[in-house]
Design a protein around this ligand. Structure first.
Ligand code: NDP
Length: 456
């Protein structure tokens, strides 16, 4: 590989690119990485990490309210958005430094510049040119905003982390992960929140019970949810407020409007055409199971590809590419039974198949379900419930799906994910002794089932 400047050149310093770069360097490869923005990518800079910090902040309000039931009176509690944002920013700067250190210690050469392919092995990186034997596209994605009139009056998750002040009334357009997570954040921090989704129920693709249950819990917390309500236009009124006209009639008024209408891959200005790299119809980089594009020495991982848009998945994909190219072990990224969470309030944790997916896959399924008031809320008095659900293939008795809405759902489902991935049966769950008193113990004591006929 000596004819090239680098053995591997990574474009994009987010979760997937950084993991691939570090691991490849660890295997002895000469690695360069270009990042035109901040190291860490969407997850660290304007995604998972700052979002989770805001979720914690929003939840404090309920903790303060719940304290009364436990004998505490807390007077004079006040919230400062600028203080929260400053503290959050400090943590993000720290994490960015951690990413830089990890790369430098691994021996990766970092270029703080935009990179563009000139031909299948040559990149222009800022004012310089480099050649590389292998190239990894890990440029991630960015928010998509529909081109409706007045769309420029709204903001996206990118700006949500730096609003100069919290709007009193906020409209969130969309019904995916980001929409429901920010609805919970802004509601917890004291804004009046309306979520307007274009379809019949938000979180399309999640288990239907989970969707309806979260919907009801969010409404109990005071979030207004409008369904079948696609946005048509935004206009600024004389008093500064923004009016969102809805496509099927009606409108809503807010002081801030957030678009959470999906994300698109960053494939522009990369010279992908010059290198002959094929894209999917949605503009994502098309890859095979080894994250290889149609050009065999060019790979792509993470949100720029057409697969699951989740940080831990991008990291696995990046690791698999390093392993394949320099570790001497061709490795496919495994996308089966990936657990995921929505940090709504209350949060969702889910792994495996939804009830509908299982019905389409198996001849018959057993569904076990429970919903209950968590012990904490006996004294707090809060009207919040928890939902747990297991989906089992009747024939093999394998647990093929586990779903939860409630406090700690992401933490609990991470562990349940091991059991689902290991293809354990309902009897294995039943043989496990619960930890009392927890909510999680319900997953090993579910007894009442409903059997449904499937199409599989
Ligand atoms: P999603 O794809 O999850 O949701 C996009 C939402 O916008 C959907 O409800 C979609 O409706 C709606 N929408 C799309 N286009 C329009 C339009 N033109 N007009 C009105 N509504 C529209 O995207 P997000 O941006 O919420 O998140 C992107 C991805 O990032 C997620 O899928 C997830 O993989 C990842 N993510 C993960 C998180 C986590 O792990 N906790 C947190 C945040 C993001 P419809 O359903 O009808 O298509």
């Amino acid at each position: 590989m000596q004819g090239y400047d680098y053995d591997l050149f990574v474009i994009g310093g987010g979760s997937g690119g950084v993991r691939a770069a570090r691991m490849s360097a660890g295997f002895g490869a000469r690695v360069g990485l270009a990042e035109r923005d901040r190291l860490g990518g969407t997850c660290v800079i304007r995604g998972c990490v700052p979002k989770k910090l805001l979720v914690y902040a929003a939840h404090v309000r309920e903790e303060l309210e719940d304290a009364a039931g436990y004998g505490w009176s807390i007077d004079g509690a006040r919230f400062s958005w600028p203080q929260l944002i400053a503290n959050k920013d400090r943590e993000i700067v720290r994490l960015e430094g951690v990413y830089r250190n990890l790369l430098e210690k691994a021996g990766v050469t970092i270029h703080a510049a935009h990179a563009r392919l000139l031909d299948p092995h040559t990149m222009e990186v800022g004012a310089q040119r480099f050649t590389a034997q292998h190239i990894l596209i890990a440029t991630g994605g960015r928010p998509f905003v529909p081109a409706i009139p007045g769309h420029e009056l709204g903001f996206t998750s990118n700006e949500a982390f730096h609003l100069p002040e919290l709007p009193r009334r906020i409209a969130i357009l969309g019904g995916g992960y980001i929409a429901v997570e920010f609805a919970g954040i802004f509601n917890g921090l004291g804004c009046e929140v309306t979520l307007a989704y274009r379809g019949p129920e938000f979180l399309r693709g999640f288990d239907d019970d989970v969707r309806h249950f979260l919907h009801a819990e969010m409404e109990k917390k005071g979030i207004r949810i409008l369904l079948n309500a696609p946005p048509a236009a935004l206009t600024k009124r004389g008093d500064g407020a923004i009016e969102v006209a809805l496509d099927r009639g009606g409108s809503l008024t807010a002081d801030g409007v957030m678009f959470a209408t999906g994300r698109v891959p960053n494939t522009e200005r990369l010279g992908l055409e010059a290198a002959g790299v094929q894209l999917t119809r949605d503009g994502a980089v098309y890859v095979d199971g080894y994250s290889r594009t149609n050009v065999p020495h060019i790979h792509a991982v993470g949100d720029v590809t057409h697969r699951l848009q989740l940080t831990p998945v991008a990291i696995r994909e990046g690791a698999a590419v390093a392993q394949t190219l320099f570790g001497g072990r061709p490795t496919e990224a495994d996308h089966a039974d990936v657990p995921t969470a929505v940090f709504s309030q209350p949060p969702i944790g889910t792994v495996g198949l939804t009830e509908a997916q299982a019905l389409a896959t198996y001849r018959a399924i057993d569904v076990y379900k429970t919903d209950f008031r968590p012990m904490k809320h006996t004294l707090s008095g809060r009207d919040e419930r928890t939902l747990m659900k297991l989906v089992v293939d009747t024939a093999s008795q394998r647990v093929v799906g586990a779903h939860m809405v409630g406090t700690d759902a992401p933490e609990i489902i991470q562990a349940i994910g091991i059991a689902v991935k290991a293809k354990l049966t309902k009897a294995d769950f039943d043989a496990t002794v619960g930890i009392h008193p927890t909510a999680a113990e319900e997953f090993v004591t579910l007894r009442e089932k409903v059997t449904r006929r499937g199409e599989g």
